[in-house]
Design a protein around this ligand. Structure first.
Ligand code: TRP
Length: 327
């Protein structure tokens, strides 16, 4: 009997990385193509994002830092003790340092950064290790998985303070933001706290300059996502044929970041086993950044099971630090 012809062995899906699977799903989605924004932050992306935070046009990070510089002690004075600190998406730790230093006047503190970027976690450990009486145990996990770990490890009588800074909540799309906060609340116990930073609504031109700066750092940051897919998944994106786009959606109050194809073209992503057709001017949606009104914050807290305990506002840029308590 003739030997059956060798079939190419289908790759078990567990061997195709999650990154490849999510890229394939996003780029073959009918209608609007998309890529998950969490993949913006490889080591190149994280470095570019740090530069964004220094840009005069991107006032968000400096604004929040000013707030914490002015009010860290006041914030810490509002907390029950002892308190364990968990942070979702830790960033570089500059802002966190202000809070941890204020807290270390009162107690020795367990600090748990939860962060999917290993390079960001490593930077953070280095940045914060000199603070007195802080023990850092990080988790390289998705936000709520990491938070569940922290919650089960705490001792009876310890309160939990969750830091969610940088208006990261605004990067959840539409209802996903309040769904996320409700899920987060379910991991907490009544009396636990959430310190959440929110970027407020401001004139459209200010927002567009913040997300499409004149020297092109933000464009590089966004385009790096395609470069990363080239590097890690063997794709053949020609970066010259895509451009960064930031538009303000007046209905959803979000800045939408997209990558727009300058020409009609085809792109192959070898590790994801896909080939994708782009029409001229077709976009890939990479991230939205929602901007908040005061009324919206009131209902967001309420609907996700929190009571608003205090708020500190930087009028200069338009940024609020909100302290919410789980009901
Ligand atoms: N979380 C940041 C924000 O919404 C991220 C960010 C800044 C960003 N500039 C960007 C994401 C450009 C994608 C593209 O402000």
């Amino acid at each position: 009997m003739p030997k059956p012809a060798m079939q190419p062995r289908p790759r078990p899906s567990s061997l195709v990385s999650q990154f490849a699977r999510e890229v394939a799903a996003g780029l073959t989605k009918p209608g609007q193509k998309e890529l998950p924004s969490k993949y913006l932050y490889d080591s190149v992306g994280s470095a570019l994002f740090e530069v964004i935070c220094e840009l005069p046009e991107y006032g968000l990070t400096r604004s929040e830092e000013r707030l914490l510089q002015l009010h860290a002690r006041e914030i810490v004075d509002q907390l029950p003790r002892p308190v364990v600190v968990a942070e979702l998406g830790s960033g570089t730790g500059r802002k966190t340092r202000l809070l941890l230093e204020a807290l270390s006047r009162w107690q020795s503190t367990w600090y748990h950064p939860i962060e999917i970027s290993p390079s960001a976690l490593a930077v953070l450990r280095r940045e914060l290790r000199d603070i007195n009486s802080i023990s850092i145990v990080g988790f390289e996990r998705e936000y709520l998985d990491g938070l569940r770990e922290v919650a089960v490890r705490r001792s009876p009588g310890e309160h939990l303070l969750v830091l969610f800074l940088g208006s990261n909540i605004g990067n959840f799309d539409g209802a996903a933001g309040s769904d996320f906060l409700r899920d987060l609340r379910l991991i907490l116990q009544p009396g636990d706290l959430l310190l959440i930073g929110t970027d407020m609504l401001k004139p459209v031109q200010t927002l567009i300059s913040a997300y499409d700066d004149p020297i092109g750092v933000t464009a590089a940051f966004n385009l790096n996502l395609l470069a990363r897919i080239n590097r890690e998944l063997g794709a053949d994106f020609n970066l010259q044929r895509f451009e960064h786009l930031a538009i303000f959606n007046e209905v959803t109050h979000s800045v939408e970041m997209r990558l727009r194809s300058r020409v009609r073209q085809k792109v192959a992503v070898s590790e994801a086993s896909i080939s994708v057709q782009f029409e001229k001017e077709e976009t890939i949606w990479t991230e939205s950044s929602h901007k908040y009104s005061q009324d919206e914050l009131v209902s967001l807290a309420h609907h996700s099971g929190f009571r608003r305990q205090a708020q500190w506002m930087d009028q200069n840029w338009g940024f609020a630090e909100n302290l919410w308590i789980a009901e």
